[in-house]
Design a protein around this ligand. Sequence first.
Ligand code: GDP
Ligand code: IMO
Ligand code: MG
Length: 434
Amino acid sequence: MGNVIILGSQWGDEGKGKIVDLFAERFDIVARYQGGHNAGHTVFIGEKKFVLKLIPSGILRPGKQAVIGNGLVIDPAALLSEIETLESAGVAVAANLFISNRAHVLFPAHRMMEKMSEGREGRVSIGTTSRGIGPCYEDKIARRGIRIADLLDTEVFRAQYDSVMQEKVVIARALGIDSELDLNAIRAEYEAFAERIRPMVRDTAVLLNNAIRDGKTVMFEGAQGTMLDIDHGTYPFVTSSSASAGGACTGTGVAPTRISGVIGVSKAYITRVGGGPFPTEALDHSGELIRSRGKEFGAVTGRPRRCGWFDAPLLRYTATINGFDSIVVTKLDVLDEFEKIPVCVGYRIGGKEVCGMPPTVTEIAKIEPVYESVPGWNTSTFGIANYDDLPAKAKDYIAFLESRTGVEVGCISTGPERNQTIVRPGSRFEMLVG
Ligand code: GDP
Ligand code: IMO
Ligand code: MG
């Protein structure tokens, strides 16, 4: 056991929340490293459903510490409301949650800027979650962002806030948009948020590195997925942060030399929310069937997710980018009713074989997926917790995914609950996490 990164290997919503919650038991600390409240990580514990947005899913395990790393953008209103919801459901948050003093603060003006750019004529709409995530990261990279440490220093905060926000109003006016934001009221509101957040703020890079030095273990929880990564995803149809494994180091201040392994989470098929190319999208009734059986509607926005078939070239690509030691295949049960299951095993463009992932969305949109059909098992796998109890054809499907991706499937999820999970004995996954 060591420090392990668990992240999405597709376009998000792979079931990271369930997997992180389940295995958080074996670690001392769970740390988020990027994104914001665009994430929606669902965890079922018995009858209770939790949707974690900014707070690491590990918070649901009593006694575990949870860290919001420097790589995140934090809307304090969203964070405080999430804390309240969890506390009122009996989860002890305040005592176990630590927030990086270097994380960036998200303001209502960021949502306004996003609305402007998403709605503007001639601008390609990304189909974002409308949370203001992109514009907040824009300010970070432009070196005018306001960080948690700045928010806590009233004098510094007031000066920074007035300067940054006035600029936004000027931009809005130049674009002919009436800003309805009451900047003074928002500033006062954020000053009040600061006092509520203050007791949880730490230098979390120091906290994590000291813990590791003392022999404690950390699980890093990715948000979104590698195909939404700002550098490696289907740019520009991506989110604005580093969702892939490298982001865990820059987003927490823990060095690559401290990481023992990387695990990818993948659905037994694939989904995507928002715009952008999607080579294996199933636009017929089988896509509908996946959506209804998999309850594929956004955990944050409620939008129907686009559904399609497992894409092995895509997984090979994300396995390379992240160096996956093992993958978790979730939602196997959703495929229980299919006679045949197509799996994309290769890409062609204009009839020519394509190696790797093309860099532009124009090329990705032209991909002609090469499918191989695998026989379905036509019986329920829901809730199966032992590998030996899986129907032979479901085992064959898993073996087929392994052979076409070149990555071990060390864990299989057969339902939303904790006990509906198979860990394969002797796997690299078991060694790292189990
Ligand atoms: P995340 O963002 O990666 O944490 O994933 P989401 O929570 O957005 O979406 C995954 C959805 O699938 C959630 O509603 C989970 O409760 C559910 N889920 C996770 N694993 C399984 C599984 O193996 N089978 C089924 N049927 N549902 C699952
Ligand atoms: P989790 O962590 C799936 C998508 C949005 C949009 C694009 C950019 O639950 O897997 P943004 O608001 O981030 O600027 O939107 O990224 N997106 C997600 N899709 N799961 C998520 O998070 C996502 N977070 C953002 O739909 O296409
Ligand atoms: Mg989600």
